[in-house]
Ligand binder design. Structure first.
Ligand SMILES: [Zn+2]
Length: 236
């Protein structure tokens, strides 16, 4: 699947979860029963879209490798090496658990600086995947990503709490949405990694086909907006 398909499927997963799941699940692992305000739902949409790119951090030539210039490129090469190459360790349920728990731990042990750094990084991924910046690995390309993500982080800084209870769920859900998308392709994902069995239901015959760009992405985007609208207007 292409970056923008992953990003919009992440956004859709978040809005569907907000509409359908109980609040205690959305704030897992804290199970903190409070309110998720409308502004949290909107922030969560963009951040889950970015998180839906995380598993492809194992791909030094992928969409997100040059998101933050040479820094992210070398990080991707490193992750690719330790996870066993493309579509190995980072395309597993273990990875989903790791990023969910990692977000929770960072929020609790480091605090607001971690939260804002993560917000910046996830927004950068979303900007890249949604093609809001020029493509390629030039300074102009990743410089635009940095400027847009920094502006977004600055805006979110006014609204987000120090330890948003919904953020670990949002990050894990984004990664999970990515795995589901990749399972629909020929190559599938090793969900139970380090076991080698690959799960696949090949419906999408080739990544990057026009069907994704012209049909899937607009439908996902519209459904996301509709579900968010429904959830916000029907909140008790
Ligand atoms: Zn992938």
């Amino acid at each position: 699947m292409l970056g923008h398909s992953h990003a919009t499927s992440g956004a859709l997963a978040w809005s569907a979860a907000a509409a359908a799941l109980p609040l205690t699940l959305l704030t897992y692992p804290d199970m903190h029963v409070g309110d998720i305000a409308a502004v949290d739902l909107v922030m969560g949409t963009f951040l889950t879209a970015g998180a839906a790119l995380l598993p492809d951090a194992d791909h030094p030539k992928g969409t997100i490798s040059h998101v933050l210039g040479p820094i992210s490129h070398y990080a991707c090469r490193f992750i690719s090496r330790i996870s066993g190459g493309h579509r190995q360790g980072t395309h597993s349920l273990l990875f989903v658990a790791l990023v969910t728990y990692g977000t929770w731990a960072g929020e609790h042990w480091i605090g607001r600086n971690f939260t804002l750094a993560l917000v910046f990084f996830l927004l950068a991924l979303a900007v890249r995947a949604l093609n809001l910046a020029p493509t390629g690995d030039s300074v102009k390309a990743w410089g635009t990503v940095v400027i847009l993500a920094a502006s977004g982080t600055f805006a979110i800084d006014h609204w987000i709490s120090d330890k948003p209870a919904w953020l670990p769920f949002s990050v894990g859900l984004g990664a999970l949405a990515h795995l589901i998308g990749d399972c629909l392709t020929e190559r599938g994902c090793p969900l139970l990694w380090p076991l080698k069995t690959r799960t696949r239901f090949p419906i999408i015959d080739r990544t990057g086909n026009k069907m994704e760009t012209l049909v899937l992405v607009p439908i996902f985007a519209l459904a996301t907006v509709a579900l968010l609208w429904y959830t916000i207007t029907h909140q008790p």
